[in-house]
Design a protein. Structure first.
Length: 547
């Protein structure tokens, strides 16, 4: 009888999991279809559609008595960090326009690193001063510091979906780059606060936190670069595409994920590791595979990132109606905390965006300055909070998803409320605000926005990759002293070992070399076509892929 009961319970549990998967896949399909139908809407985007669909479907399940099934959809931080986040961050690094990213690296680091410290300080101070007045008296200094980092994690997806990186390359690069560095910095700082006993308030503790932070950033970057170079060397030497392109694609995917898992095992910043792994793999590994594999990998990585990103917003919406945390929450306390945290995020954001922009402009030419309109959009893009904030809140204030402590449950519920409000309210009006500043992406003939993080149009046929007016741009001399030095170092020391632009894998007879370096004049066929930027007397147009 006991075995029969266990078997029945196991079968029922499996049945619930199957229904949960059916629900998720169906909702994902609805998100994609609705996102396509509402693409030209001024007030809806894919993020808001996914969250709204998650909220509505979750509420319907609870109303229909499906609370047991809904509990399976509770936000799981392990699922988020281990399975959903890696493809998004990797594709961000793999498809980033590297020349623009590194050209604006100084302001990106200022926004993404210094900005997180400033924002954390502002939010922590605001919470520490005001929360006791709402009856929240059991939070420790570590909890307040964690709150500061939780609400410093931005989510700029809504703005990036509107901007066009070809029309506004500077603004797109700053918003995109800050978003990635912000996520990495926030998680590293959050874990640093958890590692050390910050309650002592000694200078030594905070110095250790700072040193540990710098170590994590450098070690994580080095690990990502190392794994990326290893993948390039492996594929270049073995030429896996000689007999099967599936093998070289599989190696690229698995090596990318390996970098993330290795960083997690070493307690480094897995976000930073997989991001730089993506950059290195796009610079070297991608050029070492066959032409068909290049097209396939671009599509595959972009598709995996898109599905994971859509699922995360859907996941947030579903968890928003999960009742456990709301039942434990005191409405008066939650409303006060919500107001304080929302205002603190606005003030904390402004406290570093405008001063840092002024500092960055002192080192930039008159034609490359961060204008006040750019600064407003950069400030606005960081007002929305996303799944990273929710995941960190659960990590700090719950035990295995259980929120028995009323104050901790109130913090989690308030975090959820801020995320939902900022994404739905701020995200819905982002397009009109950006259009008012004249920075929105123009519609293409197909009705979709030309913005995005890809370096070229994946819809172009392979035949179009062989020629085009971008040849002049591709052969243009590198701009800037740092770029010239890097180009010389790359050509002399890196590419002979790791391949890269100009390396062409060619099938040969058995026993002969399987690859060779092509002439510079022939290498343009390896680079996808991209319409050139209008020529200016001061600089050459950017190539689609940085050499």
């Amino acid at each position: 009888m006991v075995l029969q009961s266990v078997a029945a319970a196991w079968e029922e549990s499996d049945h619930m999991h199957v229904w949960a998967l059916v629900l998720i896949v169906t909702l994902l399909l609805l998100c994609i279809v609705l996102g396509h139908l509402l693409e030209e809407s001024r007030f809806f985007n894919e993020a808001t559609i996914a969250i709204l669909l998650g909220l509505v479907s979750g509420a319907l399940f609870i109303a229909s008595g499906g609370s047991q099934t809904t509990s399976l959809l509770h936000f799981d931080t392990e699922i988020f960090f281990i399975y959903l986040l890696p493809p998004i961050i990797f594709n961000a690094g793999f498809s980033v326009k590297k020349k623009q990213f590194f050209r604006n690296f100084f302001p990106i680091i200022l926004y993404g690193v210094v900005g997180v410290f400033v924002s954390t300080a502002v939010i922590t101070a605001a919470a520490k001063i005001t929360f006791p007045r709402f009856g929240i008296r059991k939070l420790t200094i570590a909890d307040y510091l964690a709150l500061g980092t939780i609400f410093s994690a931005t989510d700029s997806v809504c703005v990036l979906q509107i901007l066009n990186q070809d029309e506004t390359p500077l603004l797109y690069s700053l918003v995109f780059g800050e978003g990635v560095v912000n996520d990495a910095t926030t998680v590293v700082l959050f874990r640093a606060f958890q590692t050390f006993n910050v309650a002592e308030f000694s200078a030594g503790v905070y110095l250790n936190i700072l040193l540990n932070f710098v170590y994590l950033l450098l070690a994580s970057t080095a690990l990502g670069v190392g794994v990326g170079l290893l993948s390039a060397y492996t594929i270049k030497r073995l030429y896996l595409g000689k007999h099967s392109t599936d093998r070289e694609i599989a190696v690229m995917i698995l090596m990318a994920y390996l970098s993330y898992i290795m960083a997690e095992m070493a307690q480094l910043s897995s976000i930073l590791t997989v991001f730089f792994c993506g950059i290195v793999m796009s610079h070297y590994t991608w050029h070492n595979v066959t032409e068909s594999s290049r097209i396939t990998t671009r599509h595959a990585f972009a598709t995996m990132s898109f599905i994971a990103e859509t699922f995360i917003f859907l996941y947030v919406g579903l968890d928003g109606v999960e009742m456990t945390k709301w039942k434990q929450t005191h409405s008066t306390e939650a409303l006060g905390m919500f107001s304080v945290l929302l205002i603190a995020t606005l003030v904390g954001r402004a406290a570093f965006v405008f001063p840092i922009s002024a500092i960055a402009n002192r080192t930039r030419g008159s034609n490359n300055r961060i204008t006040i309109r750019h600064q407003i959009i950069i400030w606005w893009s960081g007002l929305m909070r996303g799944a990273v904030s929710i995941a960190l809140a659960y990590s700090q204030f719950s035990q295995s998803g259980d929120t028995q402590n009323p104050e901790h449950a109130t913090v989690i519920a308030t975090t959820m409320a801020v995320v939902l409000f900022s994404t739905l309210a701020f995200g819905s009006v982002s397009k009109p605000i950006i259009e008012e500043n004249g920075l929105a992406a123009p519609l293409l003939s197909g009705g979709s926005y030309s913005g995005g993080s890809m370096d070229f149009d994946l819809a172009l046929p392979i035949s179009s990759l062989t020629s085009g007016p971008s040849v002049t741009a591709l052969l243009a001399a590198p701009s800037g002293t740092a770029h010239r030095l890097w180009r010389a170092f790359d050509n002399k020391f890196m590419r002979p070992s790791f391949g890269g632009f100009g390396f062409s894998p060619i099938e040969r007879e058995e026993g002969t070399e399987t690859s060779h370096r092509v002439r510079r004049s022939d290498s343009t066929r390896l680079v996808p076509y991209q319409a050139p930027d209008p020529p200016t007397p001061s600089k050459a147009a950017d190539p689609p892929i940085l050499e």
